[in-house]
Design a protein around this ligand. Structure first.
Ligand code: OAD
Ligand code: ZN
Length: 276
């Protein structure tokens, strides 16, 4: 039955499918960072239960009230900067280092997947070489990154340090500005009504179509096009494995659906699944 709690043997079977798969795509959502203390969006205590996205996460809201939008994003930045990767992030980072045929597609904007590589380095320094940084090109951020800013006019991106609130002055003057053209900077995240980066999206779908397994963790699978990524794997004849405490619209299509927190289940699923 879709959505049932699986017997322990099912976990071993799913791990074997991951081990044997040629091409693995991991798709993550906000739930993967929940155990790090980052709020999700659509859960009972999620951000969209407490805040109106139309007031905070649309280009119109930014045009109307850039100060208000920035205040909220600065608070989110501060909150995220206080969070650390959890065992789910670490398991994914280890897996990406060991499996060159694996790619991570994430909807998360918190940067914790990238930070997991640094954490790995401090936890388990290998004997003769440092843990490499996040493998280039194998973390596809579909919705941007909260810790980066982008010029609303010329598109130049800047890291978070350069776009802290400017001290003093009135509210308007505190909105960070582009170092090149002086226009307003905005958080480099995708807002409602905006397109995703086409090259990143194409790459995600191409990899998903070729993958024999798509492991989907911590997403409500409600926001497209991200939620369509596993469907590309299914169309290509591949298997979907889901990890989520709750059922989602994807659950009926998943060959395996594990109910529980990703911080516990991802290490179990990915441990040793490092061949071929
Ligand atoms: P949602 O808030 O929609 O869904 C979070 C999912 O995580 C839910 O299905 C929860 O059941 C699950 N969850 C909660 N705790 C978990 C845990 N410990 N382990 C595993 N899963 C857990 O978040 P997303 O699916 O990421 O877009 O939302 C998609 C997009 O909608 C976001 O990227 C964001 C938002 O608007 C943008 O910011 C562009
Ligand atoms: Zn500019």
């Amino acid at each position: 039955m879709a959505g049932a709690i699986r017997a322990p043997g099912e976990l071993a079977a799913a791990r074997r499918r991951i081990t044997e798969a040629r091409g693995v795509v991991i798709l993550t959502g906000a739930g993967v960072s929940a155990e790090s203390g980052v709020p999700t969006f659509r859960d009972r205590t999620g951000l969209w239960a407490r805040f109106d996205p139309q007031e905070l996460a649309t280009p119109e809201a930014f045009r109307r009230d850039p100060e208000g939008v920035w205040e909220w994003y600065h608070l989110r930045r501060q909150a995220v900067l206080a969070c650390r990767p959890n065992p789910g992030h670490l398991a994914i980072a280890r897996f990406l280092l060991e499996r060159r045929d694996a790619v991570l597609v994430t909807q998360n904007v918190d940067g914790l997947h990238q930070l997991a590589f640094e954490t790995l380095g401090s936890l388990e320094p290998p004997p003769d070489r440092p843990v490499p940084p996040a493998p280039a090109g194998r973390i596809l951020e579909l919705h941007g990154n909260l810790l980066r800013s982008r010029c609303a006019e010329c598109g130049r991106t800047e890291d978070d340090a350069s776009s802290e609130p400017r001290p003093g002055g009135d509210r308007r003057e505190r909105v960070p500005r582009c170092g090149r053209c002086g226009s307003l900077l905005r958080p480099d995240v995708v807002w409602f009504g905006e397109m995703l980066d086409a090259a990143t999206l194409d790459e995600a779908f191409r990899r998903a179509a070729e993958a024999e397994v798509c492991l989907v963790a911590g997403t409500s699978a409600l926001v497209h096009p991200a939620a369509s990524v596993p469907l590309a794997t299914l169309r290509g004849g591949g298997l979907v494995i889901e990890v989520n405490p709750r059922e989602t619209p994807l659950t009926p299509s998943a060959g395996f659906s594990f109910r529980g927190p990703s911080g516990r289940l991802l290490p179990e699923l990915l441990r040793g699944a490092t061949a071929p």
